[in-house]
Write a protein that binds this ligand. Structure first.
Ligand code: SAM
Length: 268
């Protein structure tokens, strides 16, 4: 059987997103681009393995956990159920920071590092000292593996926000848990049932972490330091408002036109 026939036979009852993920699954597992599928034969062993993975996809498990790694900037990031799967918005934020600070020696704190995707991408692409922190030891274990696998020099420390952070930084970057109580109720199954809830929930209004950052970050920023924050849909104005006392804020949109980033420049 050709890969093309295998794909056609098994994608019949999939919705649009599942069919896209099924396609990616085949590309990744067989290391074969769709253009070759009509002329390449798939072994029975590969068919059985991919059918097993397809069952997991159909039950709602995200593709990232099934494959075990995701591409992020120019890094390969390992993901397990202990960490959030890095999103394309976060990649956009890293690309932006890398462009801004290329060639400039910089001290960076990555708060709420999870898989370490941000810390690893910035350490690999900038002339930077990077410290990363997270409350979850299990997440930090994955983040450490990602730093090693990507040849990125990152220091890690576990703790509640700034609890165990020492020193001052030119940049604090943070993609904190930011979903509100209401949003948690309406999450898709692939997120609610599979991604760690500690990576998602940001308090009743989703803004708890931004309030803590606003109060504590100034002590950890060098003069002229900048915070780069990812925020949830429709939170950017509220976050800028929270930060206004100590920071001059700019709001930046993602590639889809949603205001998803707040850039907060220290007033001191
Ligand atoms: C939205 S995830 C972001 C992960 C990663 N930075 C990314 O962008 O994919 C938020 C992370 O915050 C961590 N976290 C939750 N509460 C925390 C706290 N009080 N202090 C530090 N980290 C915390 C979670 O363990 C999770 O890894």
């Amino acid at each position: 059987m050709t890969i093309k026939d295998f794909f056609t036979e098994n994608n019949k009852d999939l919705d649009k997103n599942q069919a896209r993920d099924f396609g990616w699954l085949i590309v990744e597992k067989l290391k074969s681009e769709p253009i070759e599928w009509g002329s390449k034969v798939i072994s029975t062993k590969d068919q059985n393995e991919i059918k097993r993975d397809l069952k997991r996809l159909k039950s709602g498990e995200p593709l990232g956990y099934i494959l075990g790694t995701v591409p992020f900037v120019n890094c390969e990031i390992k993901v397990t159920p202990d960490v959030l799967i890095p999103r394309s918005e976060t990649e956009q934020l890293c690309d932006y920071i890398i462009n801004e600070y290329e060639g400039v020696p910089t001290k960076i704190l990555d708060m709420c590092t999870g898989s370490g995707c941000i810390a690893v991408a910035l350490a690999k692409n900038l002339d930077a000292f990077v410290l990363a922190t997270d409350i979850s030891e299990k997440a930090l274990s994955v983040a450490r593996q990602n730093a090693l696998a990507n040849f990125a020099q990152v220091d890690f420390v576990s703790g509640d926000m700034f609890e165990r952070v020492t020193g001052t930084f030119d940049i604090i970057v943070c993609n904190p848990p930011y979903l509100s109580e209401k949003e948690i109720e309406n999450l898709p199954k692939s997120v609610k049932d599979y991604e760690p809830s500690s990576a998602l929930f940001g308090g009743v209004d989703g803004l708890d972490f931004y309030k803590k950052l606003s109060a504590e970050a100034p002590k950890f920023l060098n003069s002229g330091g900048v915070m780069y924050l990812e925020v949830g849909d429709f939170q950017a104005d509220a976050v800028a408002e929270i930060l206004n006392k100590n920071f001059d804020c700019d709001i930046m949109s993602d590639y889809y036109g949603f205001d998803r980033f707040v850039i907060a420049r220290s007033k001191k």
